[in-house]
Design a binder for this molecule. Structure first.
Ligand SMILES: *Cc1c(COP(=O)(O)O)cnc(C)c1O
Length: 388
């Protein structure tokens, strides 16, 4: 199906932060498969784990115990301070699990028409419920009727949350948001935003649910982006980088939220299968051993600094922002064409929200490689602005 507008290139193999196409051209990857390849390409620990597991056992079924899944759940709950995990195959499915938890949590409390607060410019996936939660009309167009009972408020606006009408509040059971918005344009909220949300959720009895599908697993300079704050969420969703390229998603829950799903109330055939869990365990081991959370924090700062020095003064550059190695450069005009300009220059980047250059380089990237990204971007932005 014609679901994608693809750039005219196909890659044959990769090593670290580099990719080679079928013609032998080399590219520096500053997108990492949209934050999936956090350890870069062909990381030896992930390769070895997949090879070894493929020889043993790929899949059984959630009808049986899966010890690799239990190990992975134990690692994730220890890292995040959560209690239980449900495994899926994607981010959208992880969010579906979160939305189902919220509704059931509501019904358990006698709320017959449970509502969930979501944000403007958010992204939560492409299934019917998650596209309904998404704050982007383009993602929803033509798929109405949408799943009902989402209440949308402006992102990074605590006053809007506090001003929700009393009648609505009685039916609200949860808030779902990204700790840093990715697709929406790499939007970093105020430092106390999550703490304020936690406070409101405590006062109102709402579940605080964080979509960490893009921000999770060291990307922002902490294991999870919420760990920059004091707030502990009730539900977290993960996917993208968790499997290092093998599809896997996870919905983590704590306290009452962790008890909502009982045998028979949710499921996934391949979710948490031995291969995906083995790969994810290798990803977590590597993130930990190489201390990639603090590396992402430190390198992200260094990259933002060099962007600021190189092109921060240009009047057409509206903002340079980010957290860790999740970075955005906002221009004063649509700049989607920069993706193909960069490609022609051997650099892989993304443009989101039409005028924000989004960078999600692998966390294993070296200082030298990050300098190449900065200098290539500098040239690309300057020549784009001169000619547009
Ligand atoms: C990518 C993404 C999703 C969707 O994940 P899929 O694996 O494509 O279903 C959901 N939420 C956020 C924040 C994302 O970045």
């Amino acid at each position: 199906m014609l679901a994608y507008n693809r750039l005219p290139v196909a890659f044959e193999y990769g090593r670290g932060a580099w990719l080679w196409d079928t013609e032998g051209n080399q590219y520096l990857d500053a997108l990492a498969g949209v934050a999936v390849c956090g350890l870069g390409h062909a990381h030896p620990a992930v390769v070895a784990a997949i090879q070894d597991q493929a020889k043993k056992l790929l899949h059984t079924s959630n009808i049986y115990c899966i010890s690799l899944q239990e190990n992975l759940a134990n690692r994730l709950t220890a890292l995040s301070g959560m209690d239980r995990v449900f495994f899926s195959n994607s981010g959208a499915e992880a969010n579906e699990a979160a939305l189902k938890i919220a509704r059931r949590y509501g019904h358990n409390q006698g709320v017959d028409n449970p509502k969930i607060v979501v944000m403007t410019s958010s992204f939560h996936g492409r299934t019917l419920a998650t596209l309904s939660a998404t704050g982007n009309p383009k993602v929803q167009a033509g798929f109405e009727p949408l799943v009902q009972n989402f209440i949308r408020v402006p992102y990074n606006d605590i006053t809007a949350l506090k001003n929700l009408p009393k009648e609505a509040c009685q039916e609200i059971v949860a808030i779902l948001l990204e700790p840093v918005q990715g697709e929406g344009g790499v939007i970093v909220p105020d430092e106390d935003y999550l703490d304020q949300i936690r406070l409101i959720c405590n006062q109102q009895g709402w579940l605080m649910m964080l979509d960490e599908v893009q921000t999770g697993l060291c990307r922002t300079g902490q294991w999870f982006a919420f760990q920059h704050s004091k707030a502990q969420p009730d539900v977290i969703t993960l996917a993208k980088s968790l499997g290092g390229g093998i599809p896997i998603g996870a919905c983590l829950a704590r306290g009452v939220a962790a008890e909502v799903i009982q045998p028979g109330s949710h499921g996934s055939t391949c979710g948490g299968n031995p291969l995906a869990c083995r790969s994810a365990l290798a990803v977590l081991d590597t993130l930990e051993q190489a201390n990639l959370a603090s590396r992402a924090a430190q390198l992200g700062q260094r990259m933002i600094q060099s962007f600021q020095t190189m092109f921060g003064e240009l009047p057409q550059v509206k903002a340079i922002r980010g957290k860790g190695l999740m970075m955005g450069i906002e221009l004063d005009r649509p700049c989607g064409v920069l993706m193909s300009h960069a490609l022609a220059d051997g650099l892989l980047i993304n443009v989101t929200a039409s005028n924000v250059i989004r960078l999600l380089p692998p966390l294993i990237i070296t200082d030298e490689e990050s300098d190449i990204i900065a200098s290539k971007l500098n040239n690309l932005i300057r020549s784009f602005l001169k000619n547009s």
